[in-house]
Write a protein that binds this ligand. Structure first.
Ligand SMILES: O=P(O)(O)OC[C@H]1O[C@H](OP(=O)(O)OP(=O)(O)O)[C@H](O)[C@@H]1O
Ligand SMILES: Nc1ncnc2[nH]cnc12
Length: 178
């Protein structure tokens, strides 16, 4: 399947969760077996090329793709969670959303010192989530060597921000103009 065909499987919902937002919904993509498999295969090629030893994915949609890529490549998977969910002393980073703030947490004991780690998520918009993930990885003294997304919303600037922070970025498809 081509990236253009995969793009057709993403449902666009106007004015969700707020007026003016074009919500790019991946539930219709993963509800298509061949489309989901092709998406995971493409993300896996990127992650494999980065020579990452481990994959992290951000709660919740990042778990869907990150865990699938990890299983396909027989790589270990580490969840980056929303606050208060990890049962151990976790590293935490607060980050800005369009309105207000949120927080991501990570188990620093989940890694080998200095190893190469890939970030996988469904979508990059402002980059706040992915930058927080990269910051958490650096706090855990490992190297974010790749950030692989299904969808990039380039007008929101997240991919550019991540590259400025020295994290290589790739996406299967983009929706310019969002
Ligand atoms: O680049 P950003 O502006 O940070 O936006 C992208 C993030 O937003 C969505 O997650 P959300 O926080 O909505 O959580 P969910 O996965 O639980 O739906 C998406 O899955 C990304 O993680
Ligand atoms: N436009 C959008 N569609 C889906 N998920 C998002 N996360 C942040 N912006 C989004």
């Amino acid at each position: 399947m081509t990236p253009d065909r995969l793009k057709e499987l993403v449902r666009t919902v106007p004015d969700f969760p707020a007026r003016g937002v074009q919500f790019r919904d991946i539930t219709t993509l993963i509800n298509h077996g061949e489309g989901f498999a092709a998406t995971v295969a493409m993300l896996s090629d990127t992650v494999e090329g980065s020579k990452a030893a481990r994959i992290v994915g951000m709660e919740a949609r990042g778990f869907i793709f990150g865990a699938a890529v990890a299983a396909r490549l027989s790589l270990p998977f580490v969840p980056i969670r929303k606050p208060g969910k990890l049962p151990i002393d976790a590293l935490g980073v607060d980050y800005a959303l369009e309105y207000g703030t949120d927080r991501l947490e990570l188990d620093p004991g989940a890694f080998e010192e200095g190893e190469r780690v890939a970030i996988v998520d469904d979508l990059i918009a402002t980059g706040g989530t992915a930058l927080a993930a990269a910051q958490l990885l650096r706090q855990a003294e490992v190297e974010p060597v790749c950030a692989a997304f299904v969808i990039d919303l380039p007008d929101l600037g997240g991919a550019a921000r991540l590259r400025e922070a020295d994290v290589p970025v790739s996406a299967i498809m983009s929706f310019p103009g969002d």
